[in-house]
Design a protein around this ligand. Structure first.
Ligand code: SF4
Length: 372
């Protein structure tokens, strides 16, 4: 009997993991059992095995610039240190000329293949602002993919324009929107959203907008922000809701579990959450993500931004296959003071090579553009 089989037989989650190795994904009850278990390293062995079976010892990353086009926001999420209310001294909105100048600098200096264009819910910005930006990017920087706007930003634009989110997505696709980031999901349970982001779109609306995007052939990622007020059963619900939608729409390319960073947020000031969830919890979430979505959502990201490069190296061995993106210009997480938020391609390549893996650079559709 192999060492792994012995370990599985001794563990209270051995049956769930054995099923997973045999190709049966966990449902809600099994997911909850994984979340309640402390057998993190055993989950990691299975998560890592499933990942290597598919990707070998190769990890990908995207050469990316984050363009936070505005910090003006009327949604007041309690976990957010980035936004400023309209009229605030520190509020800003990036002009089309500034978008172009930043793109040019990132293209000339780093040869980026993706711009992640995200910002606050700014009621002054009409849909033409986004259309003009995407058209300009696609025509002047045709090799750079437009990965832009969370479901809640799309909802905000639909409110500004008094139109449907479907119409907004269709117009933005015409203008050059290629894929949608998974932000804004947090935990897809409304009782949790009521506490951390009561003015933000509901869980059902997030799922509906993602489904609409997928139906228009705009693929997306899905995220989860854990480590705040949620209970384990709510995390399980989140995992399952995303799995159910993916079974229907097949539009999620990747899943990214983020840990909540409390620094400089209202939730830290209120003492609702003082500290982030830590490294072991990250590895557990990465392993469970792979086990839950094996054969369903192809890519799991390492979530280096909130947990650092060293943890990302571990995550690649616990179930992640994608390091994530280089970060140039990111302002949302940096407002929480969470580590350095500048990371260039050579540093990612070196970090992946340090664990004996090969590195591939990808585009926003996860197509390989270059092997390193
Ligand atoms: S997370 Fe987004 S929607 Fe919420 S306050 Fe921050 S910028 Fe606004």
């Amino acid at each position: 009997m192999s060492q792994l089989t012995q370990q599985l037989h001794r563990s209270e989650i051995g049956d769930v993991l054995e099923n997973s190795l045999a190709g049966t994904r966990p449902g809600y009850d099994e997911c909850l059992r994984l979340l309640e278990s402390d057998d993190v390293h055993l989950m990691g062995l299975v998560g890592g095995y499933l990942t290597r079976k598919k990707f070998g010892r190769t990890a990908s990353f995207v050469n990316n610039m984050i363009l936070n086009y505005t910090n003006v926001c009327i949604t007041d999420c309690k976990f957010c240190a980035f936004y400023r209310q309209p009229g605030h001294d520190e509020s800003y909105t990036v002009s089309l000329e500034q978008v172009e100048a930043r793109m040019k600098a990132a293209w000339d200096m780093f040869g980026i293949t993706q711009v992640m264009f995200q910002g606050g819910h700014n009621p002054k910005l009409k849909i033409e602002y986004y259309e003009d930006a995407f058209r300009m990017i696609r025509s002047k920087f045709p090799k750079v993919g437009v990965h832009a706007l969370s479901a809640s930003e799309i909802d905000m634009i639909s409110k500004v324009e008094h139109t449907s989110t479907k119409e907004v997505l269709a117009r933005l696709k015409d203008a050059g929107l290629q894929s949608v980031p998974g932000a804004g999901a947090e935990i897809l349970v409304d009782s949790v959203k009521q506490v951390i982001s009561p003015k933000k779109i509901s869980s059902a609306t997030w799922l509906r907008i993602m489904e609409e995007a997928h139906a228009l052939d705009i693929p997306s990622s899905a995220t989860m922000m854990y480590g705040h007020v949620e209970a384990k059963k709510e995390i399980a619900e989140h995992f399952v809701k995303i799995a159910r939608l993916q079974e229907k729409s097949r539009g999620f390319m990747a899943f990214i579990p983020w840990s909540f960073e409390p620094n400089n947020t209202q939730m830290q000031k209120d003492e609702t959450v003082k500290y982030s969830a830590g490294g072991t919890e990250l590895l557990k979430m990465i392993a469970i993500s792979r086990i839950m979505y094996d054969g369903l959502i192809p890519h799991i990201q390492s979530s280096w931004l909130t947990n650092g490069i060293a943890m990302a190296q571990m995550a690649l061995q616990y179930g992640a296959d994608d390091f994530g993106g280089t970060l140039l210009g990111e302002e949302v997480v940096s407002c929480t003071g969470a580590r350095s938020t500048e990371l260039t391609a050579p540093k990612i390549i070196e970090s992946v090579k340090q664990i004996g893996y090969n590195v591939e650079e990808r585009d926003n559709f996860y197509n390989v553009v270059k092997a390193h």
